[in-house]
Design a protein around this ligand. Structure first.
Ligand SMILES: Nc1ncnc2c1ncn2[C@@H]1O[C@H](COP(=O)(O)OP(=O)(O)O)[C@@H](O)[C@H]1O
Ligand SMILES: [Mg+2]
Length: 383
């Protein structure tokens, strides 16, 4: 089915898909398309995401809800990261511009007729810090290692300011993520796997380069492509986003299924967590995608868990105990925390984080008191 395409676009689609599919004579207006979809149940629908972008998004969402197995393809004149994101979010499976993406369009339509809806994408989890040094890399690398015991897991180090996932895991990198981003338009699962370093826990790591000789800002489109390839080949894709929100890391946060926001229990970090939450909200990230983790937790802190919940208006989903001795030894020896001391609370808490990714948060046991009105700190309002 074709929807909202002008004559020129219909012509191009027919040319590209001549050998691939049975095509309709013409394109339908948005108003008629849902009725036609219910009637003819097409394997794939190509929708113009041009002039009437809102209508196309709304229609795509409706169609996706009603026919989750149908392959939805958005077609536009030019590639645009924001439009791609918006389309993917409502349920479009592909975003193409013609004639550049002719082969992609053929492949998508071909796959839709071969096996409708059999493709499973991995869960994308982004970890972001309220500020630097709160434990993003420690938590991301160790969570990846936990998951890798029974799943296919890859970790992308997207902390371009000081990525150090490779050094915490003590792996020797092959290609860095910078190399891979530079050829993201030609990347597929095979070339992705050829570029990663494998940690003994079986985590596939795409790390930052050893030496940062030029601080180049990553292109969000490239980051999007690499995450997509990773999600096609792995069950879990973990993103170390660091603590700086740039266009590239912002995109990672927007596409993630789950965002782990890490803070430590001190005033400055909690204030910065609040700022991060505000920023996420402004970027259109729904609150129910965010899980708040308090790292370096210890029995008595000046800022308690309920203070944190009250001031952020968000439940603390998990805590990770502080254990300076064990964590430092692990870092120095290039080992995982559990390899240094399996009984350490820190190792045990990190192992329990796996439940955050599978549990429905509505049913999850709340930690400490639920968020209540009022607050300890004067420096931010509630929101
Ligand atoms: N739970 C913990 N207990 C003790 N030290 C920790 C803990 N989590 C992290 N650290 C230490 O804190 C420092 C910063 O951690 P890191 O994961 O690199 O933070 P980030 O990636 O957010 O900058 C490291 O030296 C790390 O070993
Ligand atoms: Mg880090």
């Amino acid at each position: 089915m074709l929807v909202g395409l002008n004559n020129e676009s219909v012509g191009m689609v027919k040319e590209v898909l001549a050998a691939e599919a049975v095509l309709p004579q013409s394109s339908l207006p948005f108003g008629d398309a849902l009725v036609e979809a219910r009637h003819s149940r097409p394997d794939a629908t190509i929708v113009s995401l041009g002039e009437a972008q809102d209508a196309a998004l709304e229609f795509g969402q409706q169609l996706h809800r009603e026919f989750p197995d149908m392959t939805l393809i958005a077609m536009a004149r030019a590639s645009d990261a924001q439009a791609i994101l918006a389309a993917m979010r409502v349920g479009y499976k592909e975003f193409v511009t013609l004639p550049d993406d002719a082969q992609r369009l053929r492949d998508a339509v071909h796959a839709s007729t071969a096996s409708a809806g059999s493709e499973e994408k991995g869960l994308v989890i982004a970890t972001v810090g309220s500020k630097g040094g709160v434990g993003v890399t420690t938590i991301t690398t160790h969570l990846a290692a936990e998951l890798a015991a029974i799943h296919r897991v890859t970790l992308l180090d997207l902390d371009f300011s000081m990525g150090d996932a490779a050094s915490i895991l003590d792996v020797t990198i092959k290609d860095s993520i910078v190399d891979v981003l530079s050829r993201s338009d030609r990347l597929d699962e095979r070339s992705y796997t050829a570029s990663i370093a494998t940690h003994r826990s079986k985590v596939h790591v795409l790390a930052q380069p050893n030496t940062v000789d030029s601080l180049t800002e990553a292109d969000p489109d490239d980051v999007f492509n690499v995450i997509n390839v990773a999600a096609a080949g792995y069950q879990y894709v973990l993103l170390d986003v660091g603590s700086q929100v740039t266009p590239a890391t912002g995109l990672a946060l927007q596409v993630a299924d789950i965002i782990l926001l890490v803070t430590t229990p001190d005033v400055i970090a909690v204030r910065d967590a609040f700022r991060r939450l505000k920023l996420l909200q402004a970027m259109g990230v729904e609150k129910d995608r965010v899980r708040l983790i308090v790292n370096r937790h210890r029995p008595k802190t000046f800022v308690s868990l309920s203070d944190i919940q009250t001031n952020l208006g968000l439940q603390v989903s998990a805590t990770v105990a502080e254990d300076a001795k064990t964590v430092e030894q692990a870092t120095n020896e290039g080992k995982l925390i559990r390899e240094v001391n399996r009984k350490s609370d820190t190792a045990r808490n990190i192992a329990s984080l796996v439940a955050l990714l599978t549990e429905d948060q509505e049913d999850a046991e709340p930690l400490g008191d639920p968020p209540s009105k009022g607050g300890l700190f004067g420096w931010f309002g509630r929101g």
